[in-house]
Write a protein that binds this ligand. Sequence first.
Ligand SMILES: [Fe+2]
Ligand SMILES: [Fe+2]
Length: 471
Amino acid sequence: MTTPDYAEKIPNNVDLRDDRRLQRALEAWQPNFLSWWGSMGPTLPTQDVYLRTAVNVGREGWAHFGHVAMRDYRWGIFLAERDPDRRIGFGDHKGEPPWQQVPGEYRSELRRLIVIQGDTEPASVEQQRNLGATAPSLYDLRNLFQVNVEEGRHLWAMVYLLHAHFGREGREEAEELLHRNSGSEDAPRILGAFNEETPDWLSFFMFTYFTDRDGKYQLGTLKESAFDPLSRTCEFMLKEEAHHMFVGTTGVDRVVERTAQLMTEHDSDEVAARGGIPLDVIQKYLNFHYSVSLDLFGGDTSTNVANYYTAGLKGRWLEDRRRDDHKLTSESIMVDALEDGEIGQTEVAALVGLNTDLRREYITDCQSGVKRWNRILDGAGLEPRLKLPHVAFNRKVGAFAGIEATPDGELLTAGEWERRKGEWLPTDVDKTHVRSLMQPVHERGKIAAWIAPPRNGINGKPFDYDYVHLA
Ligand SMILES: [Fe+2]
Ligand SMILES: [Fe+2]
């Protein structure tokens, strides 16, 4: 493994200069990426932004912070260090050395997994492209752009694998990743949540909390892959992803904190007229983003995913901490199901229930967010009343796709759902109100009235640091 050389066109730690064909292919893709960034990336013109750039993969000092013009950002290719002692941790190949090349029999499945992951990365940049114009502070604006450039780098990470290991088909898929666009009629992104809008900052924080967190769990399963380059790529991406989680978690914290302040100041839930976002609107946004993110985990049962596991392509979250045989041939799991038309569960083989296993890990993680937001309410002397809706609420994928349910998990007829869904999902009135609050605050050290300032700045800098210089 080499230390990346930033004089090179594509910074990397994969010895790209020793493979001229691959280097030329990626250098040919680079202008396409840049033109995609120019036309589909952030729309707010800036001179420079205080960004971190990945410069190495070691435990110490893997990133460099500094003001850079975004078009000059150095998107690079970084794989975590190779562990010479690594062994495949699960499935039929458990205990064998991991693969450095793609085995012919798993070629199309691995390519598919990489394309699906890769498709989400540029999608979120597209979804968030207009948010800069309404940023609540320069600090938040900088965080938005940090997330955006890193999602761009994650696209590079997947495109590298496609180019390096999947020949002509891989190169074609890399082109398609720039051709599909979020919300496009003709060529939409592959997964539903990545075609939704992110029109305001409450949506952005909910997206980075709930939907980016789905990404964290997917990357966690790919990090276990027997295909070592994929494993090492995902390991490094997870490091960057931690900051995206932070942006979501603390973003919602700060909205709740501000709402709680207004509620106690005026002794009333009606904070809309006072420039805040009412708690029940926060709950509706939470309901929406959580339920569409649950759909990203796929059907409750899946024979494809069982096959991926057995083949060693995709493991479980924290595979090595599981106390079982890591083959799961004789285990079972309860999965969500409709039982005689009622919301219930049914027992299936553990292998086909792996989507459910991952979704439950994710749900437990999401509960910790709700807990901390309720703690903020509690600290302000208010009733801790935020909650995750029932798993059957507003689902479009899986056992509950065909039914409607309240956030408490009570079945509804289609008619009742239509009549009442505005109680639980953002209505046009709610969205219009939230959007009306989205007035840009691009002045150093200032913050919009609907959100509390952060406790700390970035990389030891104060909140009033000049994180962004607008053009
Ligand atoms: Fe990402
Ligand atoms: Fe992310």
